[in-house]
Design a protein around this ligand. Structure first.
Ligand code: HEM
Length: 515
């Protein structure tokens, strides 16, 4: 069979198809037959009839992005004779040419002291993976509220992505990281930053948490504090491969950022073989489908942390939050749950360091993602300001819009720069040193990043107008960010708590003498 050559049309041919019965338009030198599609068009059939038989490139790009053309490729019936389409369709892995849409280290004319060749290779591979596999599913489950599929988790596991999300460490040994772009022993916090930001670029806030967000915060205490090595290794293997899921269960109805206020209790059974756990946990990311719960409990003389397996007495119920149920946010009930003693993480009554040692990394991961999502919002605003025409001018031609964009860009660039400066410190400190010296700076960074997100979310909605409060179409990213940026301002420690923590810590180091 001979492959059909692309059909060519003259502009005169197209002009004849100018009715509802035969409705053709030209967009970027390609010819689209919209006859059947017109009634299903989200913008209505009427607008299409107004441009029937004509070149609608300018009208089209005021209301849509190239992605819509890619999605509806099947409507394209040919090309205009002698013309070549000009719209650039990005390929998987491509950098975005819009100014400030990429962090400075990815802009060709800039250099950076922090990133090596392996970070660039990892960025490239991660973006290809995200473009080809991650984003399509992420956007679908963000809308449907479903749990991420086994297939995508397995694919991430096969690429070494699941263990990479926990940062550098022994747990990476034996894994091939994204085709071997970086050796496990060389993987550092900048590699993790790059991966976290590439995943966050999809801008599905809930599904980002849904894709093993619980593991990122729930598994480290097991890896670092489980006294039973066989149990530790089994749980790690099951969770990295996606066979089982894990979450961190700390917050409760009476205790959010106030960890000391938890009321869930663990009492030794009369036979001395178990802890008997009773209580509830609230806002537990991935809790809906978790098999393991890394749980803070009150024991006889203080706090302890237990690894609780789903089983008799463990119930989970979906909490409807302002983001999608793709995050699996749960209310968890423990009703006389028997937990074997070897499931204690760390020492009894000394659970505070187990919980606290994890917080720095969790907060830093949240900063990586939040800065990235803020940047995508800025990119969207820049594109929209360039394409949207009001009062006879593009938005970008209005000084008030340029002021807003300037403020948003400055906030994103300064957040990323501070994030990188702290990441550099993390790369040069042991985990213990990080806990001693970086808890304050990371707390301040998170507070600052989410304050910046607040400003960016607010201004972006003003720039997008009605579309900024509409879940589909051009303003999708803006609506989603404005609805969900608060998750980062609350989870892992509220802004106010973190600011207070940092200043209190700073005052512990204040010189004793009068200054
Ligand atoms: C290949 C041709 C076209 C396709 C496949 C298409 C598809 C779509 C889709 C999917 C949407 C929903 C929003 C989105 O996902 O971005 C939409 C909205 C819209 N479309 Fe089209 N469209 C086409 C051509 C046109 C043309 C030629 C015009 C104008 C003359 C137009 C005007 C609109 C308007 C006004 C909206 C509503 C947008 C809003 O208010 O935000 N469309 N279209």
């Amino acid at each position: 069979m001979v492959a059909a050559s692309p059909t060519l049309f003259t502009r005169e041919d197209v002009a004849k198809n100018n009715t509802a019965d035969s409705l053709h338009v030209i967009i970027d030198s390609k010819v689209y037959d919209l006859t059947e599609f017109a009634d299903a068009h989200p913008g209505g059939a009427h607008v299409l009839l107004q441009v029937a038989g004509k070149d609608a490139t300018s009208e089209f790009f005021q209301m849509h992005r190239y992605e819509v053309l890619v999605r509806y490729m099947k409507l394209c019936i040919g090309t205009v004779t002698g013309e070549t389409p000009e719209v650039i369709v990005p390929q998987p892995g491509d950098l975005c040419p819009v100014p400030y849409s990429e962090p400075q280290w990815l802009v060709p004319e800039f250099s950076s002291p922090y990133y090596k060749e392996s970070h660039r290779k990892l960025r490239n591979e991660a973006r290809i993976f995200v473009d080809e596999h991650f984003r399509p599913e992420a956007l679908q489950i963000e809308a449907s509220g479903e749990r991420p599929s086994k297939e995508i988790i397995t694919r991430m596991w096969e690429n070494g992505m699941n263990p990479m999300r926990l940062g550098p460490g022994k747990h990476l040994e034996g894994h091939t990281l994204l085709g071997g772009v970086v050796a496990p022993s060389e993987f550092d916090y900048f590699h993790e930053l790059v991966l976290t930001q590439e995943l966050a670029k999809t801008h599905g806030r809930a599904c980002n948490d849904g894709f093993l967000g619980g593991m990122v915060i729930g598994l480290p205490p097991v890896l670092n504090y489980c006294n039973d090595i066989a149990l530790r290794d089994r749980v790690a293997r099951e969770c990295f491969s996606g066979e089982k899921a894990i979450c961190l269960a700390i917050s409760e109805a009476f205790a959010g950022s106030d960890v000391a206020g938890i009321r869930t209790t663990a009492v030794k059974s009369p036979c001395g073989k178990f802890y008997i756990v009773n209580g509830t946990k609230k806002w537990i990311t991935n809790g809906m489908w978790s098999d393991y719960f890394t749980t803070a409990v009150r024991t006889e003389k203080g706090f302890s942390v237990l690894l609780i397996e789903r089983g008799e007495g463990v119930e989970t119920e979906q909490i409807k939050t302002s983001y999608s149920s793709a995050a699996g946010t749960a209310f968890v009930t423990f009703d006389n749950v028997k937990v074997p003693l070897n499931h204690l993480l760390g020492k009894e009554n000394q659970g505070f360091p187990v919980i606290m040692s994890n917080f720095n990394h969790e907060r830093w991961v949240m900063c990586c993602a939040s800065v990235c999502m803020s940047r995508v919002v800025v990119e969207e605003c820049l594109k929209w300001s360039n394409q949207r025409t009001v009062f006879g001018k593009r938005l970008i031609d209005q000084p008030v819009i340029r002021q807003k964009l300037a403020k948003m860009i400055a906030l994103v660039e300064s957040s990323q720069a501070w994030l990188e400066a702290i990441t550099y410190q993390m790369c040069n400190m042991s985990y213990k040193q990080q806990s001693l010296s970086l808890a304050g700076p990371i707390a301040l960074l998170k507070m600052s990043v989410t304050r910046a997100a607040h400003e960016i979310a607010d201004d972006s909605v003003q720039i997008f107008g009605g579309r900024g409060i509409t879940k589909t179409g051009m303003g999708r990213v803006i609506e989603s960010f404005h609805r969900t940026y608060k998750f980062d301002a609350i989870l892992g420690g509220a802004e106010e708590i973190l600011g207070d923590l940092a200043v209190r810590q700073a005052f512990r180091k204040f010189p004793k003498s009068m200054l």
